[in-house]
Design a protein around this ligand. Structure first.
Ligand code: PBG
Length: 341
């Protein structure tokens, strides 16, 4: 009777509140009624790693639950993703080290892993969009996205190769070309090269605001560039301290013909996503990069986070920030969970 709680309850006057925001949160149906953003499988793009051979599905130590697939096993996984409603996949090759050279020549090989996979996917799973990455890092012996002359990544010479790489991918059936290299002027050059070859309907999703980030570490393990990368990428990828510069980059890419733009990494850069969406009203995607995925999974493995909840909350945050969609290693898992409801 005389407990401290009871005394407190008796003495506390009712607050004369007109607004009680908690009313709209009182039950699950009420929360559903006022929910502002909704994640769906349509929002998810699945980045996927490829390797040579057949029947292979190789785990990546720094990305628990993510694999490198040979083309045949990739097809099965992509079929499954398509059946869960994932609209598109983004392909990243782990190129045989013997095929890497200083010029990234294999990027132009019509039978490289990405081109072969592209053809195979378009044949086997025609209903899914295929996004190919334009950059030289999976193909160069030094691990840079461009051509290295002395210790400089040379811009214009690189752009010429990237335009040829994009055409090579379009010939293999790529639906969306996604330049992730951050060279100046590459979107215009790629658009012109695609159009000159009759690929007017191939879209460009530009990695417009891509930062020089520590969060790419596990990805570089996945494609095998972590040990070989000479120096860093700070002369072409953006300084994480900058925000106005992202708007200038996006403006340039849209002027040059980008159909969609991307901000990368994702969660630490949601402020950039919001600014880009508000400034340009163009389809804006965010990449929940490898390090973001691995951080969550490492915490889950330690029992420190609830994996499903952390996954869905992180993906919802992208939608709330205004993203049209998210490139995420969680795509099939999140789509499966959304399907189960
Ligand atoms: C490189 C590229 C990178 C990623 C996508 N394309 C890494 C880099 O710039 O070194 C990172 C994706 C991820 O971390 O998940 N062209």
């Amino acid at each position: 009777m005389d407990s401290p709680e009871n005394k407190l309850a008796a003495s506390s006057a009712r607050l004369a509140l007109t607004a009680r925001p908690r009313r709209n949160r009182k039950s699950e149906w009420a929360r559903r009624l006022v929910r502002e953003t909704r994640l769906s499988a349509d929002d998810l793009i699945w980045p996927l790693f490829l390797l040579d051979g057949a029947g292979r599905c190789e785990p990546i130590a720094s990305m628990p639950g993510v694999y490198r697939y040979s083309i045949d096993t990739a097809l099965e996984a992509i079929e499954e993703a398509a059946s869960l409603g994932v609209p598109a996949v983004a392909l990243f090759p782990n190129t045989d080290p013997a095929l890497r050279d200083p010029h990234g020549s294999a990027a132009l090989d019509p039978e490289n892993l990405v081109c072969l996979a592209c053809c195979a996917i378009k044949r086997a799973v025609p209903g899914i969009g295929v996004i190919t990455d334009v950059a030289l890092d999976p193909y160069t012996s030094h691990g840079h996205d461009g051509l290295l002359v002395g210790d400089e990544i040379v811009n214009d010479e690189t752009v010429a190769v990237l335009a040829a790489q994009a055409v090579n991918q379009a010939r293999a059936g790529a639906d969306i070309i996604a330049p992730s290299d951050m060279m100046d002027g590459r979107i215009g050059a790629i658009r012109a090269a695609l159009d000159a070859e009759g690929f007017e309907s191939v879209q460009i999703m530009s990695y417009a605001a891509k930062y020089a980030s520590a969060f790419y570490g596990p990805f570089r393990d996945a494609i095998g560039t972590n040990k070989t990368l000479r120096g860093d990428k700070r002369t072409y990828q953006m300084d994480p301290a900058n925000s106005d510069e992202a708007l200038r980059e996006v403006a340039l890419d849209l002027e040059q013909g980008a159909d969609m733009v991307m901000v990368k990494p994702g969660m630490p850069y949601l402020d950039i996503v919001r600014r880009v969406v508000d400034a340009f009203h163009a389809p804006t995607f965010a990449y929940q990069v490898s390090g973001e995925y691995s951080m969550i999974e490492a915490a889950v493995a330690n029992g420190w986070l609830d994996g499903e909840r952390a996954m869905m909350e992180s993906l919802t945050a992208f939608k709330r920030a205004g993203a049209a969609g998210v490139l995420t290693y969680y795509a099939p898992r999140a789509a499966a969970l959304l399907r189960r409801g």
